[in-house]
Design a protein around this ligand. Structure first.
Ligand code: AMP
Ligand code: MG
Length: 339
């Protein structure tokens, strides 16, 4: 299959919409990361997403809508908590887990009786959803296991020959996948941290939001999974990554003692001079929003330069930093040392 990469002209958006209505898959930009979209109402179309990504069948997808009118197509109940969060954060990088609607096809929910729903703010995503008239199931547009794509070039690198069209919407502003919050239990649970923080959710809801254990810990064999995506190794470059927690001086000494061939540091801006190794930076130390924007591109860069061993500086775990840490922790396969 030939893969076309197009700028988001009116013609390209109409072509994307036509493909989606015909049951095809299309890569689209969103403000979080690029997604592979298909009609959430069409089982055969959704199956194509899993094939293109080589994604495990038990990992459900997020459904993207352009306005509230589409909600009845995807969920059977929009609670007052959901109303509050939608009012505060939609359109934007927040996904809510809600009771599943009847029209959503099985592949989207992976056998669960819940559905993940988000209203993206990226204008091109909104235009494509509106033009197609469909709620769109869209996981990240990477091969399963590799870092999510934040540019159209990243999508092309993973998906060439696997789908007919990529619509280029520029660099993703957020750079990490959406915050996922479950509203189907007794209490709201944060399943995946993102640009919308736990504290922001609590402020709007006025109740505590529990942090799912899998955000910061490796799931044990047989442990109940609230969000199936969290059990998979994720966002990983080919190199073995170790997070080294501590001050820069201690980090530098640790790295000098433990480095093997083709070792690289994943550091903050301006730290390169104090490190004795090649470095890839992922933003300013105090700026978690910038780290979120740059992390996945930095992980891909590590592969491009042939890194075999990577020592990563640890982000702060406050606010958006928690989301950055969560992704880096998975890229590191939970390998963390304290110096
Ligand atoms: P991705 O589309 O690659 O960003 O992954 C979607 C994430 O949302 C995965 O971590 C899924 O496990 C999670 N997710 C999607 N649907 C549900 C659901 N119904 N219940 C819990 N988690 C979900
Ligand atoms: Mg993904």
């Amino acid at each position: 299959m030939e893969t076309q990469l197009k700028q988001p002209s009116t013609q390209a958006i109409e072509q994307a919409a036509e493909l989606l209505r015909a049951g095809e898959i299309v890569a689209i930009p969103t403000e979080t990361v690029y997604g592979i979209a298909a009609s959430a109402l069409n089982q055969q179309a959704v199956e194509k997403i899993f094939i293109a990504k080589a994604r495990p069948q038990d990992n459900p997808l997020i459904v993207h809508i352009a306005d509230r009118d589409m909600l009845p197509m995807v969920t059977s109940q929009f609670s007052s908590q959901a109303e509050k969060l939608a009012e505060a954060f939609w359109p934007g990088p927040l996904t809510m887990i809600l009771p599943r609607g009847e029209q959503v096809c099985d592949g989207v929910c992976a056998g669960l009786d819940t559905v993940a729903v988000r209203m993206p703010s990226h204008p091109v995503a909104q235009q494509i959803i509106r033009a197609s008239g469909l709620p769109l199931a869209a996981p990240s547009a990477n091969l399963s296991g590799s870092p999510s794509p934040t540019t159209a070039a990243h999508v092309l690198a993973d998906m060439q020959g696997r789908l007919p069209l990529i619509v280029n919407g520029g660099e993703c502003q957020v750079g990490l996948e959406s915050t996922v919050v479950s509203l189907t239990g007794e209490r709201p649970v944060l399943l995946r941290p993102g640009a919308v923080t736990q504290q922001q959710l609590e402020e709007v809801l006025g109740v505590p939001v529990e942090l799912a254990a899998a955000v910061l810990e490796q799931l044990q064999e047989g442990q109940k999974v609230l969000s199936p995506g969290m059990k998979y190794k994720h966002y990983a470059p080919k190199a073995q990554v170790t997070i080294v927690k501590g001050e820069l001086g201690d980090f530098a000494r640790y790295v000098a003692e433990h480095k093997g061939p083709d070792a690289v540091c994943l550091c903050f801006d301006g730290e390169q001079e104090q490190l004795s190794l090649p470095c890839v930076a992922y933003g300013a130390k105090e700026d978690a929003v910038q780290q979120a924007q740059q992390l996945f591109a930095a992980l891909r860069r590590l592969d491009e330069i042939g890194a075999v061993q990577v020592f990563a500086r640890c982000p702060s775990m406050e606010g958006v930093g928690l989301a950055v840490y969560n992704r880096l922790l998975r890229a590191a396969g939970f390998r963390v040392v304290q110096v």
